[in-house]
Design a protein around this ligand. Structure first.
Ligand code: NAD
Ligand code: DAU
Length: 397
């Protein structure tokens, strides 16, 4: 049966990858994208999808009550998939307020309107009853759990439980830096304005589930990487700077650990949770790939050099001599305030309940990502220069 998705933040990094993934996977689908096109949203990212008859785009804010109500009035939405957020930790340290407004109040506005349009009456206890098949999917982050400490100075092999091993086939190089990981039961302990706002948005989603029985799922994932990643986050920034021979800023000692998840694997996980997830449950989605930042930077340098040497046509992209691309580009800079030491996701629940696992190893994922950036330098220049605004003005005059 045809399903209609309202995808908020669909012009951003993960949202756009999700739209692409879903349009490829399903024929019988409609996607309504609502995006405010902040600095992080870019219509150029979804320009092919905007030509698709199954897609409709609205420029606007998730906090805008009238606009969101109009969308629900015009389209019989089955699923809200809420990616829209202020997502950059560094920006949240510099300017916290917009994070609270978008991430908390924006999410609550969407919940309230979904409740209004999806409810068809009340049960004997006064709880709303909803049209069948409706669900609010909220995209959250591992950062809500706070920070873990490291038990090892180098990555060690991650040992999987028997039940998870059964699902995870052919994935090599599973790594960890610690003896414990975040599970869905780990107490919430956010430490930055960004993660505090995401935690609050998770809690308001759960509150609508408890108080109004609104059907929902929450997924909490680790650091995504892949195509269309805005070049102010670590991996795309490093790729961009390497190609120009610019310094590679590494915070502190570079020994903070993140768990890296290939964005397409994440999108697949979200789709599985929307379709098969138990109602009002939370699922962690992780990459089985913990790594120190410094090693991510070194690996990216090595991989770019390897590709450039194998396929010399790519050297034309360089704005520096290939000889300048080496570890000397690494520049240790002042640490981020309140920099979380380590994130590590235990995805046992989604693996054993739904059969999902992160299929893409980091070695494969980083090569795909780098190649995408090498082949799509126009996109990087467009988002970095703000030209996408011109594109928007011309398209929606
Ligand atoms: P992003 O910053 O690339 O994209 C966010 C999108 O939301 C942009 O298109 C932006 O224009 C839009 N937006 C921002 N404020 C809006 C508003 N008020 N109304 C409507 N649209 C608005 O972010 P991302 O990296 O794609 O992250 C998507 C979601 O996933 C976020 O909720 C984020 O917290 C979460 N998340 C991201 C990561 C990651 O590694 N990138 C990891 C875990 C969780
Ligand atoms: O863990 C999930 C989170 O991952 C998401 O919830 C956030 O939306 C997303 O932005 C991301 O947050 P991080 O802060 O982990 O990502 P970022 O790419 O900004 O930084 C990754 C690590 O690299 C972090 O430890 C800080 C460090 N860093 C980052 C930048 C931009 C550097 O050392 N130098 C840099 O220039």
């Amino acid at each position: 049966m045809m399903k209609r998705y309202l995808v908020t933040g669909g012009a951003g990094f993960i949202g756009s990858n999700f739209v692409k993934y879903m349009l490829k996977k399903y024929i019988d689908i409609e996607i309504i994208i609502l995006d405010a096109l902040t600095y992080a949203g870019n219509l150029g990212t979804i320009k092919e999808e905007l030509k698709d008859k199954r897609v409709e785009f609205y420029k606007g804010d998730i906090r805008n009550k009238d606009l969101v109500e109009n969308i629900f009035m015009k389209h019989d939405i089955d699923y809200v998939v809420n990616f829209a957020a202020e997502s950059h930790v560094d920006r949240s340290i510099a300017e916290p307020q917009i994070f609270l407004e978008t991430n908390i109040l924006g999410t609550q506005n969407l919940l309230e309107i979904a409740k209004k349009f999806w409810s068809i009456g009340k049960n004997e206890k006064g709880y709303p009853i909803y049209k069948t098949g409706k669900k609010f999917h909220h995209v959250s982050t591992d950062e809500v759990y706070g920070s873990l400490s490291k038990n090892y100075s180098h990555a060690v092999e991650l040992k999987l439980s028997k039940e998870v091993k059964k699902v995870v086939e052919g994935r090599e190089n599973l790594k960890t830096y610690g003896t414990n990981m975040f599970t869905e039961k780990t107490p919430l302990d956010p430490r930055s304005p960004y993660s505090a706002s995401k935690t609050s948005s998770d809690m308001i989603v759960v509150a609508y589930g408890e108080t109004y029985h609104l059907p929902f799922n929450i997924t909490r994932c680790s650091n995504n990487y892949g195509p269309y990643h805005f070049p102010e986050k670590l991996i795309p920034l490093i790729i961009k700077n390497i190609l120009c021979g610019k310094k590679l800023p590494v915070y502190g000692k570079g020994d903070n650990v993140r768990d890296w998840l290939y964005v397409e694997d994440h999108c697949k996980g979200i789709d599985m949770v929307i379709t098969f997830g138990m109602q009002n449950e939370i699922y962690n989605i992780g990459g089985f790939n913990e790594e120190e930042n410094i090693n991510i930077v070194k690996l990216t340098i090595d991989k770019i050099l390897e590709i450039m040497k194998k396929e010399s046509k790519y050297q034309e992209i360089l704005k520096t001599d290939i000889k300048n691309i080496n570890y000397d580009l690494i520049s240790y800079v002042t640490d981020r305030l309140g920099h979380d030491e380590r994130y590590a996701i235990d995805p046992t629940k989604i693996t054993t309940e739904l059969g999902w696992y992160p299929e893409t190893s980091f070695e494969v994922g980083i090569e795909k990502t780098i190649r995408w950036y090498l082949d799509n330098q126009d996109w990087v220049e467009e988002v970095a220069s703000g030209d996408y605004q011109k594109y928007y003005d011309e398209m929606y005059r």
